[in-house]
Ligand binder design. Structure first.
Ligand code: UFG
Length: 338
C-alpha cells in the first residue's frame, strides 16, 4: 500500500453519492483512512445510516436533486464528486427499464450538470463490466466494443458517454471505473454487503452458510468453460475502494480522463468459488445444479493493463480465500446482530 499522501491544499471535500451503500461505504472508509474529508449524499433507499462512519456528515437526499446539489456545492468546498448512487440489479433493470434510466442515467445527468455549473472539475464514476455485454474475447480490455445486453449496462454506459462529452466541452476531468465482480467485506469488519435480496454468488453462498437459505443453486454447468460453470473476475471491495482513492490522486495530480477496468485479470469458476467456501468453513455447502440464468456470459475476465499503468494502485487482497473469508465473517456478524 502506498503511504498516506497529503491531499493538495485546494483538493477540497470529496462528495460521495451512495456512500451509505455497499461499495460507497468502503470507499468512504478508504478515503477516511487516507485522512480525506468526505461528505456523503444518500437517500437511504438501499444504503444504511449505520454504514456511514462516525464523524462523516450524511446528507439524506437524492443525487439527482438539483436544488439540493446547488445547496451542497454552495455550502461545502467540494473538490471531487464520486458517484455511486444508483440501481444495480440486472434482472430488475430488464423488468423496469425506465426506472433504471431515471435512477442511473437521468439523475447522473443532473449531477454532472450541477458539477459543471458549480465548476467542480473532478468526477469519479462507478461503472460496470456490464457495458461490454457478451464479449467474445478474453481478457476484456477497455477497447472491447461496448454492447450492453440489459438496461442496467446501458444506463451506466450512457452516463459514461455524458462524462466523455462533458469533459470534452467543459472544465471537467473524470475517471470511470468498470467494475467486474465485487465481493468481500472490509477486513476490519467495519462494512460489508447488507442487502437481503442478494443476487451475487458470494453473498448467496454466505447466506447459505449461515442458514438463511436452505441451498444454493448453480446456474448451469454446461458452459464452454474448464469445469462447465461460469467464470468471473472477483475483486475484493476494499481493493476496489483503494482504486477509487488512486483515481482521486490521479485527477488531483492533473491526470487525464480515463475509463479503466477494475478486476485482477484472472477468473474463477462458480465451482471454484464454492469449493473455496467449503474449504474456509470446513463444511459441505448445500447446493444443486439448476438451469442457466438468462443473460449470463460464460466468462468475464478483466484486462488490467490500463489500470496498472495509469493508477498508483496495488491490490492488497487479491486472493479468493481472503474475499470469501471476509464475506463469511461479515455475514456471521450480520446474523448475530439480528
Ligand atoms: N451464480 C450462481 N448461483 C447463484 C448466483 C450466481 O450460479 O445463486 C452464478 C451466476 O450464474 C454467474 C456467477 O455466479 O455465473 C456470478 O454471478 P453474480 O450474480 O455474482 O455476478 P454477475 O457476474 O452476474 O454480475 C456482475 C456484476 C453486475 C454486472 C455483471 C456484468 O455484479 O453488476 O457482472 O455482467 F452487471
Amino acid at each position: 500500500m502506498s503511504l498516506i499522501s497529503k491531499a493538495p491544499a485546494e483538493a477540497g471535500l470529496v462528495l460521495v453519492t451512495g456512500g451509505a451503500g455497499y461499495i460507497g461505504s468502503h470507499v468512504v472508509l478508504a478515503l477516511r483512512d487516507q485522512g480525506r474529508a468526505v461528505l456523503v449524499l444518500d437517500d437511504l433507499s438501499s444504503g444504511r445510516r449505520s454504514a456511514v462512519p462516525d464523524g462523516v456528515p450524511l446528507v439524506e437526499g437524492d443525487a439527482g436533486d438539483r436544488a439540493l446539489l446547488a445547496d451542497i456545492f454552495a455550502r461545502h468546498g467540494v473538490g471531487t464528486v464520486m458517484h455511486f448512487a444508483g440501481s444495480i440489479v440486472v434482472p430488475e433493470s430488464v423488468e423496469r427499464p425506465l426506472a433504471y434510466y431515471r435512477n442511473n442515467t437521468v439523475k447522473s445527468h443532473a449531477l454532472i450538470e450541477a458539477c459543471v455549473e458549480a465548476g467542480i472539475g473532478r468526477f469519479i464514476f462507478s461503472s460496470t463490466a456490464a457495458v461490454y455485454g457478451m464479449p467474445d474475447r478474453l481478457p476484456i480490455d477497455e477497447r472491447t466494443p461496448t454492447k450492453p445486453i440489459n438496461p442496467y449496462g446501458s444506463s451506466k454506459l450512457m452516463t459514461e458517454w455524458m462524462l466523455r462529452d462533458s469533459a470534452a466541452a467543459h472544465d471537467l476531468r473524470y475517471v470511470a471505473l468498470r467494475y467486474f465482480n465485487v465481493a468481500g467485506a472490509d477486513p476490519q469488519g467495519r462494512s460489508g454487503q447488507v442487502s437481503k435480496v442478494a443476487t451475487h454468488l458470494i453473498k448467496i453462498a454466505a447466506q447459505t452458510v449461515t442458514g438463511q437459505r436452505a441451498e444454493l443453486q448453480i446456474f448451469g454447468d454446461d458452459y464452454d468453460t474448464p469445469d462447465g460453470t461460469c467464470v468471473r473476475d472477483y475483486i475484493h471491495v476494499s481493493d476496489l475502494a483503494d482504486a477509487h482513492v488512486a483515481a482521486l490522486r490521479h485527477l488531483e495530480a492533473g491526470g487525464a480522463s480515463e475509463v479503466l477496468n477494475c478486476g485482477y485479470g484472472r477468473g474463477h469458476s462458480v465451482r471454484e468459488v464454492l469449493a473455496m467456501v467449503e474449504r474456509v468453513t470446513g463444511r459441505p455447502l448445500p447446493m444443486r445444479i439448476g438451469p442457466r440464468r438468462p443473460g449470463d456470459p460464460p466468462a468475464l475476465v478483466a484486462g488490467v493493463e490500463r489500470i496498472g499503468r495509469t493508477l498508483d494502485w496495488t491490490p492488497r487482497h487479491a486472493d479468493l480465500e481472503t474475499i470469501v473469508t471476509s464475506a463469511l465473517t461479515w455475514e456471521e456478524r450480520l446474523v448475530r446482530q439480528e
